[in-house]
Every structure is written in structure tokens, then in C-alpha cells.
Design a protein around this ligand. Structure first.
Ligand code: FUB
Length: 368
């Protein structure tokens, strides 16, 4: 993941475009500076204002919507292109008993200091329920600075969650999300390139040819790095099989290429099922979109379909999709409250599946 320090929206002739420059040069500073003189009208208000929250994974448990977000904090760690400034240390849980109802803060449910194997960067989590137990899945860097996936368990959706002693065996990279299929089987999807390290696991082992998060990517004309999927074990604590590539195809049936930054997978995997079709959605990272691809089984391949959520204010775009009381919602984040890329706030918006199976595009910023 490459996370420029400056806000990604620039205003040109009254319009808004997303920037995707890379470095901390004078030119890119200009490109990434938000011109606050221009009024921005957001489609949805922040759901939580008392702390900064991001990467909202929403689920319906016990007839309520529970949100499992990242908890963004100010940090003394120097900002860099691998996202060190996203130096989160703990997780909180929130719930809503109706859409747009009051958000209840259930407090802190897990702290990095209670996770033996983890050193830093508690990034985007997810949660699942099985047989009355709740499982919080989270990525963090271990003591060798490699991202791993962890699990913590609770008897309640509100935690507190007790972490396992070690990360999930054979886990790597970040952004886990768990999907329960109609047959009761659970699958975990994960991965993220650049600062998320996925491109350094191409051989099945961690191989880093340089210190830059951009090293070890495929050439532009090669297939893009694939997100990962594995069935979960019955006890929900481990992979039940070797990780598999989630292959994403273009309309012609060819794997999306690494150079196709508008469509290739970057991070933020999410799976939902609608009318028997599997919808795999994800962030395109440096083009700042949430897009989706569909398939007929949980492993794929999936065929690219289009954009669900256009760029938000802020560099990252990360979402979840859930049905509650017969209505589908997308949960996402932006930087409305802070104007800083690494201090985000979560939001929700209705999401519509159209008759032809496509998803209606959501514009998170209303242009005047
Ligand atoms: O919150 C830290 C990272 O930013 C997440 O893991 C990514 O998906 C991006 O939103």
C-alpha cells in the first residue's frame, strides 16, 4: 500500500478528480493538497465522531448491525510509503439497532499489547459468528515486521476478544474478511499489495528484493497479484487448506493485468452473495475506487463488472456490504472530520442491486 501524506482530492475548474501521484515532492504536495476554499458536500455523514474509525466491517448479529472498524490515531511514527503512519494499536466495536439509528460504542475490545505475536499496525479487521461464539480476525505486523493474520475469540459480539497465542498458521499480508456461505462453510479472503506486502509472497515465501514497497511487483503486462482465499477450519481458528489465488478476469476472460490500476486488486477484499451470485469487491488503491467482480462459487474466478463506490475524500477506500431488514448497505470511510489521510471516519449508505445483477454506482461526494 502506498499512502501519500496529503489529501488525494484536487479541485479543477469546479470539478473533483482523484490524484494518484506518489512522492513527497513540492509538485505532489500541490497535487494532494485539499483546497478547503471549495465547499465539499458529502453524500453521508460520519457515523462516529468521538474517535477516528476506518475500514468498517459490518455484520448483522442478534438482529443488530455491528461495526468492526480500524481505530485511527495520531502517531509519532514518521510517515512513509508503506503506511507506517497508520499505526493503530487497538480495536473498538460499535452497533446500531436500525439504519441511521444511534451508534452505540461498546468500547475497546482488543489491544496490541495483549497480542503476544504482534508488534504494531493493527489494520483492517473483520468478525464472524459461529455456534454462539464470535471471532475477530485482524492483521498486524509481527516482531519481524511481517504482516500476519490473527484471531481473537469472545462469547459476545461486543467482546472483549481473547487473542490466540500465535497468528494463523501460514498467514501473511493483511485485510482479512470472512464470508459464511449458505451451506454453513466459512471462507477467509485477504491480502493487500505495496505496504500490505502481498507482492513479496509470490513464491509462497517472503522474498523482498529491496526496501521499497513497490519492489517485487509483476511487470505491467503480467497478471496482477491475486488476493487470497482459504476455507476456514471447523474451529474458525486456522486455514483448512492451502491459500488459493482469487483470480479476477476481464470481460474477455483474461486475468486483469498488473498495469491496469483502474481494475486490479489492491486491498480491502469483501464477499457478499446476492441472488445466488458471489460478489467479490475490493479497493483499487492508487485509483481509489471500490470495484466488484462476480462468480458462481466462493473461490472464483470472478469476472470484473464495474465500480461500486467512486473515490472518497482521502487516499484509502475500504468498505463492507451487508443486508439488514431487507435493505443492502455499504459501509465505507473518508476523511471528512480530519482532512488527514490516516485519520478517517466511517459512514454508511444504501446500496442497490439492479435487475440485471449489476450494482448501482455510489458517488460519495456530491458535485455542485
Ligand atoms: O487502515 C489501514 C489500512 O488502510 C487498511 O488495512 C487498508 O485497507 C487501508 O484502508
Amino acid at each position: 500500500m502506498r499512502y501519500p501524506i496529503f489529501i488525494t482530492l484536487v479541485f479543477i475548474a469546479g470539478g473533483i478528480i482523484s490524484g494518484c501521484g506518489r512522492g513527497n515532492t513540492e509538485e505532489s504536495k500541490k497535487e494532494f493538497t485539499l483546497d478547503t476554499a471549495e465547499a465539499v458536500e458529502f453524500l453521508n455523514p460520519p457515523l462516529i465522531k468521538e474517535i477516528y474509525t476506518a475500514d468498517p466491517s459490518a455484520h448483522v448479529f442478534e438482529n443488530k448491525i455491528y461495526i468492526y472498524p480500524s481505530h485511527d490515531v495520531e502517531s509519532t511514527v514518521e510517515e512513509d510509503d508503506s503506511g507506517a503512519q497508520y499505526n493503530m494499536k487497538d480495536y473498538f466495536v460499535f452497533s446500531l439497532d436500525k439504519a441511521n439509528g444511534q451508534v452505540v460504542n461498546h468500547g475497546k475490545v482488543l489491544d496490541v499489547k495483549d497480542v503476544k505475536w504482534a508488534k504494531r499496525q493493527m489494520w483492517a479487521p473483520d468478525a464472524a459468528e459461529k455456534d454462539g461464539k464470535y471471532y475477530l480476525y485482524f492483521p498486524a505486523k509481527d516482531h519481524e515486521d511481517l504482516f500476519r493474520l490473527g484471531v481473537a475469540v469472545s462469547d459476545e459480539p461486543t467482546g472483549p476478544f481473547i487473542p490466540e497465542e500465535a497468528p494463523m498458521k501460514g498467514s501473511f499480508s493483511m485485510d482479512p474478511s470472512v464470508f459464511q456461505d449458505d451451506d454453513g462453510q466459512y471462507y477467509i479472503y485477504w491480502g493487500g499489495i505495496w505496504g500490505g506486502q502481498l507482492q513479496k509472497w509470490r513464491t509462497g515465501k517472503y522474498v523482498s528484493t529491496g526496501n521499497s514497497p513497490y519492489d517485487d511487483e509483476p511487470e505491467d503486462n503480467e497478471p496482477a497479484i491475486a488476493p487470497q482465499v482459504a476455507m476456514l477450519s471447523d474451529d474458525m481458528l486456522q486455514f483448512n487448506e492451502a491459500p488459493r489465488d482469487v483470480v479476477i478476469l476481464d470481460e474477455a476472460g483474461n486475468p486483469i493485468k498488473a498495469g491496469d490500476h483502474e481494475k486490479r486488486f489492491f486491498e480491502a477484499s469483501w464477499m457478499h452473495k446476492y441472488n445466488g451470485t458471489y460478489y467479490f469487491s475490493y479497493s483499487t488503491g492508487d485509483t481509489h475506487k471500490i470495484v466488484y467482480a462476480t462468480g458462481n462459487n466462493p473461490y472464483g474466478p470472478f469476472t470484473y463488472q464495474g465500480v461500486i463506490l467512486n473515490p472518497v475524500q482521502g487516499w484509502t477506500n475500504h468498505h463492507s456490504i451487508v443486508e439488514f431488514d431487507g435493505q443492502w448497505y455499504i459501509f465505507y470511510h473518508d476523511t471528512e472530520l480530519s482532512n488527514k489521510n490516516y485519520l478517517r471516519n466511517v459512514k454508511m449508505s444504501p446500496l442497490r442491486h439492479l435487475e440485471d445483477g449489476s450494482i448501482e454506482l455510489i458517488e460519495p461526494i456530491i458535485e455542485e
